[in-house]
Ligand binder design. Sequence first.
Ligand SMILES: [Fe+2]
Ligand SMILES: [Fe+2]
Length: 342
Amino acid sequence: MTLHAAPLPAARLPLVADTSFGDARTPLSVLLDAALDAGPRALEPLLGAEPVDLRDRFLVLLGIYDLHTVALDVVGPRARFQGHPVVAEVKDRLETAWLAELERDWQDAGHLTEATDVDRVVSAMRAVAAKDRLPHAYKWLAREASWTELVDFLALEGGPDGGFDDLVAVCQVGLSGSAKLELGKNYWDEMGQGDPDGVHTVLHQRLSAAIELPHVPRARMPVEALERAALGGLLATNRWLQPEMLGALGLLELQAGPRCRLVLQGFDRLGAPADAYPFYVEHAEVDPVHGRDWMDKAVVPTVTEKPAWGPRIVKGAWWRSTVNLRFFEAVRRDLVARSEAA
Ligand SMILES: [Fe+2]
Ligand SMILES: [Fe+2]
C-alpha cells in the first residue's frame, strides 16, 4: 500500500520532543538532499562521508530508497542518481553497518538456529510471530489511549502493512511455482481483487480523511520509526536479501490480524466514524489467512526447494518483529509522556 498519496493535514503537535542530531556537523542527510538537487558534481564530495548519528543514518538511507521506490512524479529529476557511484557507495556502507547491528542483535537474542528442514523453519518462524503478537502499545490503544493519542499513533504506524503492495511485488521477482502464485494472490488482495474501492491504499485514504490522520514528516519521527520505515527499503533494494524479505513480509501477515482487532476495539471504545473501520476490518479478517497461506504456499515450498534459505527467512522475520517492537514502544512512551506533561 502506498501511503499518503493525497496531501494530509500537518501533525497537530511534534511527535517527538527532540529531533535534533547529536553532532554539531551538518547532517549527511541534509548534504545529500542538497547534492541530489544540485547534480553529480555536488555528490562527489560525499564519497566516504559519515552520518552524524543513527537518526542521520536512517534519514540518508530513506532518502536513497526514495530514489528507488517513490513515485517518479514525487521524487522528481533526482531519480536519475539512483545508481550514481557516490549514492551506491554511501548506501552500501551505511547498510553494511546497519546489517552488522541487526546480525549482532539476532545472535545476542540466541537465535542461532541454522535449521534448514522445513518443519523446524516453520516452527521457528511461528515462534517469532507468537512472541509479542499483542504488543503493549496495541493493548494500550484498545483500552486506555485517548482519541488524540490513538490518531497520532496510527499516523506513525501507517497501517499494519505500509507499502506492502510494492514490497510484495518486488519480493516475487525471480520466484517461481507456488511461492510466486501466493505472492501474486496476496498482491491482488492488496488491489482489492480488482475493485478500485477495495484497494488497500484507497481504504487507507478513507480512514485518513475520516479521522483527519496527520501526515508526520520524517523530521518529526522518532528514530525507531525511521528504522522501521527503512527496513522495507533495505529489503526491497538488495536482491541478495530476498530470503530475509520473504520472512519479514510473512511475519507481518502473521502478526497483523490480532493487532488490527485491538485497533478496532479502540475505535469502538472511542466512537470512531464509520469510514475509519474498513481498512482495519479488512486487515483483521484477511491477514490471518494471508499469514497461513504465506507459510504453507510460499515459505514451505521455497525452503523445500532451497533449504539454505530457511534460517535466513526466520532471521528476516525476527528483524521485522524486533524493529516493529522498538517502534511501537517508543511511540507509545512518547505519546503517554506528552499527555502527562499536558
Ligand atoms: Fe494491506
Ligand atoms: Fe495481508
